[in-house]
Design a protein around this ligand. Structure first.
Ligand SMILES: NC(=O)c1ccc[n+]([C@@H]2O[C@H](COP(=O)([O-])OP(=O)(O)OC[C@H]3O[C@@H](n4cnc5c(N)ncnc54)[C@H](O)[C@@H]3O)[C@@H](O)[C@H]2O)c1
Length: 253
């Protein structure tokens, strides 16, 4: 495994209680960073945070229970994180939901809106709250976890695909706004990884996603963490507003 240098960096990971977010937290701690886990699932967050803190006693592991669609909740998480770490160097916008599967005309409006709220408005709110602090310190890396669905549009997941396409658009705009400020903003577009998010999808949809991956296997959360944390490091220096593939050969552009 290559070394990624995140020594002394303070890394916020939304949806850090499990899945890809947890893999990012593990690799960040192994790379010298201190981490702040933000998640809406209070019980799971506490468990994960306690486990990571006992494994990495030399690092700071903080947590914040946050509902990412709520501005006040996001601001409270920022304040709690600043109190624990003194700064935020890296923001990984990882939390996301699928909203289940169905054709566009079958999906209910409240489900569609909720997916847009969590997957797109959430990262907008976290960027809005965190970027001013990065501007003050003159350094930052933001990584948005989009999806191959946002580039290609998966059938029976129009809400999810649209939310991730929107997140790619946010990445491109914000990347340009911050390009001269030493704050780089990039996105990754994973294909399917076997995490608890699978519980919210139909088996037919999971089979469809696997059938589209030329490597003929699922992405491993640790593989996602490698690219996400390289993009979170100083070594990523001349890429911003860019979209990085994690699709096992599925993406053709
Ligand atoms: N696993 C995959 O197949 C896959 C593929 C492509 C993209 N992604 C994206 O990667 C990211 C992580 O996915 P995962 O598989 O680890 O998912 P997961 O379901 O295992 O974990 C997501 C975490 O986000 C948290 N969360 C959800 N809504 C929240 C909210 N409103 N406020 C705060 N926290 C909230 C959950 O509590 C959970 O801990 C998501 O954005 C997902 O869309 C996943």
């Amino acid at each position: 495994m290559n070394r990624i240098d995140l020594a002394g960096r303070s890394v916020v990971i939304t949806g850090g209680a499990r899945g890809i977010g947890l893999a990012v937290a593990e690799r960040a701690l192994a790379s010298g960073a201190n981490v702040a886990l933000w998640d809406v699932d209070a019980e799971r967050l506490q468990r994960t945070s306690d486990e990571l803190a006992s494994k990495h006693r030399e690092r700071i592991v903080s947590d914040a229970v946050v509902e990412l669609t709520d501005e006040a909740s996001v601001e409270a998480a920022v304040q709690k994180t600043l109190a624990a770490h003194g700064k935020i160097d890296v923001l990984v916008n990882n939390a996301g939901i699928t909203g289940g599967n169905g054709t566009t005309w079958e999906l209910a409006p409240d489900v569609w809106r909720r997916v847009i709220d969590v997957n797109l408005i959430g990262p907008y709110l976290t960027c809005r709250a965190v970027v001013p602090h990065m501007l003050k310190s003159g350094y930052g890396r933001i990584v948005n976890i989009a999806s191959i669905a946002g580039k290609e549009g998966n059938p029976n997941a129009s809400h999810y695909s649209a939310s991730k396409a929107g997140l790619i658009g946010l990445t491109k705009s914000l990347g340009k706004e911050l390009a001269g400020k030493n704050i780089l903003v990039n996105a990754v577009t994973p294909a399917a990884a076997k995490t608890e998010i699978f519980d919210s999808m139909s088996q037919q949809h999971i089979d469809y996603m696997l059938s589209k991956i030329p490597m003929n296997r699922f992405l491993m959360p640790e593989e996602a963490a490698s690219l996400i944390l390289w993009l979170s490091s100083e070594d990523c220096a001349f890429s911003t507003g860019a979209v990085f593939d994690l699709s096992g050969g599925r993406a053709t552009y």
